[in-house]
Design a protein around this ligand. Sequence first.
Ligand code: ATP
Ligand code: MG
Length: 277
Amino acid sequence: MISCIEVDKLFGRRKALDCVSVHVPRGEFFALLGPNGAGKTTLLRILMSLMRATKGNVLIDGRPVSRDDMALKRRIGYVPQRSNLDKALTVKETMRFSASLYGVPPVKANERIDKLIDMAHLRDHCATVTQRLSGGMKRKLMVIQALIHEPEVLVLDEPTVGIDVGDRRALWDLLRSYHQRGNTICLTTHYIEEAEALAHQVCLLDQGRVVEDDNPSSLIRKLGVVTVEYYDQTSQYRHFAVRNDAEVFADGLTGDYSIRATTLEDVFFARTKRRVA
Ligand SMILES: Nc1ncnc2c1ncn2[C@@H]1O[C@H](COP(=O)(O)OP(=O)(O)OP(=O)(O)O)[C@@H](O)[C@H]1O
Ligand SMILES: [Mg+2]
């Protein structure tokens, strides 16, 4: 459904994206992971045709994305990394404004607004102006705002950054239920457990390049499903396909160690050699 083909993006001489090719089938839950500055936002902005690629193509159902293609834009909902909420509008006014932008008829809009506000547990804050909302409430509002026109594809740039566990789980449920209705989700996140919990396809981006693109369990299997973690001046991680090999290796260590299941965070760390949140 979404195809990025050999996409380059240059900012001056800095290459933010370097020959990025990714294919996201319809109905996929896709997560884009990568350290700060990896190029995640840049790729999403090109997908939303808010920015042009220097080279390469981005297609949705075989059609190149374009700023003027309103029919295509109506099929996508976008939650940007930074808040785009009008501080002076209330929660309900924000939703009504989005509905009018997308030409949702008022009766239908009211029905959807009610449903979405309940899904986001924002009922008690309908009349609150957005500048008085907590960070988590704002993020939830941004997500339901992007769903008002019932898009088939939802693109989210770090939707759960800085929000507490309760709100994060509520947002996860909202995304899962939207995905279960057959829709496609592309999200970026710094929370690797979020990608592990939600996504079926994970793309690791590092310094503008795709370093992995697969489902979480294959990524873990490729690295080795058992990890020995130990300390030797710095924390060390060794990965093994079977527990027995991990135990033999650990027997030879002099200090403390732990043997545990490999996580997506291990994959991320091994492939980028950096830590994220
Ligand atoms: N408008 C711009 N002008 C110049 N350089 C930019 C611009 N936007 C992004 N960059 C650079 O492109 C690279 C990728 O940035 P991008 O925002 O896409 O990263 P990111 O993966 O979203 O990072 P983060 O996790 O911090 O949000 C960075 O080096 C950044 O400094
Ligand atoms: Mg970003």
